[in-house]
Design a protein around this ligand. Structure first.
Ligand code: GDP
Length: 431
């Protein structure tokens, strides 16, 4: 997510590291870099300007603290400004006893997929969803939702060709009553562009059905364009909240960082994969810390829980062996894409190029298996000749072994700093 923006912001701030003092000139340079990074990430100009001003004010207003370096102060102020731009506190739609929500958006934005994702998300929270395929003109759009509904086991009510808003409302109410449904998700019609007849149809449907929420689904990959769409939908139909999709792709960040300012609407959810499970509440603080490479321990912890992995009595950093490390990576692999997991660990992007996919994991396994128990326990005894022996035995290279040891040591250091913060380690995930 937002890799390029993240790399550039971190680079700009990193340049201040190791400095006891920074001059106003230094701060100006850093802010210029940050501004460029934001603009290149397709952040709205006005948003970028406000953002920089905010950071400048905060950084200058910050008292010089003995415990913090200038780089840390700038990092913290950029973090606050990022979190603010992303919407501040996490916001979620209000749940009532019975809920009727519209999903609106352009065709291809991910509206139908998101309707199914929401059904699944809220069902896991004990709600009884009903999906409504409400495109009165495109049978294919209705079929798509029907198939998704079947896949996740949620009932789908399909409107008829040309059905009137009044008739739709009546049938939806009947179905909701009959099947005891308390969350009705209406997947409204979408078109490739803003289209006046469609807007009129949606406005009428809204007037008749009176939804509690009108959720606008926006494709984050379309950047600023998405925000033009948001304005048009809001003016014509009224929008209560946003859902950004395809944040797993190479979206640059512009839409997410500008949406709040430009539309004034909260971002409720983020789509992070094509699968029905790929929806997450939108957490501005977590995303901000991820963008700044501060890691995202909270999301990681949640993922671990969701994958049903039990955290056994965690080992202290100093007791960790290479075998634990390997087991850890095998366990993590089951949670999702490795680079995704790694990017959530604080400082992990500095782990120095330990790319772990299936193939790499096999090689790491081979390396660890070629070691003696003593070596696995304490890799510090691995001198050059031992490393050569292991490389030969595992069919790998000394460089790969060096990288593994380096990553292992870095992880240990990382755990130590986490232990300090949290009072315990996070290793100890067992399969
Ligand atoms: P609609 O026309 O707005 O209903 O859009 P669809 O739900 O049909 O989605 C369009 C395409 O985007 C489909 O191929 C989806 O699988 C894909 N898609 C939707 N949401 C996401 C997401 O969060 N991540 C990714 N990678 N793909 C998504």
């Amino acid at each position: 997510m937002f890799e390029r923006l993240a790399a550039r912001l971190q680079e700009a701030i990193d340049r201040l590291r190791g400095r006891g003092r920074i001059t106003e000139e230094d701060l100006k340079d850093t802010l210029r870099e940050i501004r460029r990074a934001l603009i290149d990430a397709d952040v709205n100009l006005e948003v970028a300007r406000t953002f920089i001003e905010e950071v400048r004010q905060r950084a200058l207003g910050q008292k010089v603290l003995e415990s913090l370096t200038p780089a840390e102060i700038v990092l913290a102020t950029v973090y606050e400004a990022l979190k603010e731009a992303l919407g501040g506190e996490v916001r979620q739609p209000t749940l009532k006893e019975r809920n009727l929500w519209f999903l609106v958006g352009l065709q291809g934005s991910g509206k139908t997929t998101t309707a199914a994702k929401l059904a699944l998300h809220y069902r896991s929270k004990g709600r009884r969803p009903l999906l409504v395929a409400a495109d009165t003109q495109r049978p294919a759009a209705r079929a798509q939702l029907r198939i998704l509904g079947e896949k996740i086991g949620v009932p789908v009510l399909e409107v008829r060709d040309g059905e009137s808003p009044e008739s739709i409302r009546r049938r939806v109410e009947e179905a909701a009553r009959r099947e005891v449904r308390d969350l009705i998700l209406v997947d409204t019609a979408g078109r490739l562009q803003i289209d006046e007849p469609l807007m009129e149809e949606l406005a009428q449907l809204r007037a008749v059905m009176n939804p509690d929420e009108v959720l606008l689904v926006l494709d984050a990959m379309t950047g600023q364009e998405a925000l033009g769409v948001a304005r048009a939908f809001d003016e014509r139909i009224g929008v209560t909240g946003l859902i950004l999709t395809k944040l797993d792709g190479d979206a640059r960040g512009g839409a997410a960082l500008s949406a709040r300012h430009v539309t004034g609407k909260p971002i409720y959810f983020a789509g992070v994969s094509e699968k029905p499970e790929g929806l997450e509440p939108f957490y501005p603080d977590r995303l901000a810390s991820r963008i700044l490479g501060m890691g995202d321990v909270a999301t990681l912890a949640e993922k671990v829980r969701a994958a049903g992995l039990e955290a056994e009595a965690p080992k202290a950093a100093k007791e960790i062996t290479l075998e634990d490390f390997l087991k850890q990576m095998q366990g993590l692999k089951r949670l999702g894409s490795f680079s995704e997991i790694l990017s959530m660990l604080p400082g992990a992007n500095r782990l120095g190029g330990l790319q772990v996919d299936d193939k790499a994991l096999k090689r790491l396994e081979a390396i660890v298996l070629s070691m003696t128990p003593e070596e696995r326990k304490d890799p510090r005894i691995l001198n050059a000749s031992r490393r050569r022996r292991i490389a030969k035995g595992s069919g790998t290279t000394v460089q790969e072994i060096n990288r593994l040891i380096k990553a292992f040591e870095d992880t240990k250091a990382l755990m130590k700093s986490l232990e300090k913060r949290k009072g315990r380690g996070f290793m100890g995930i067992r399969r």
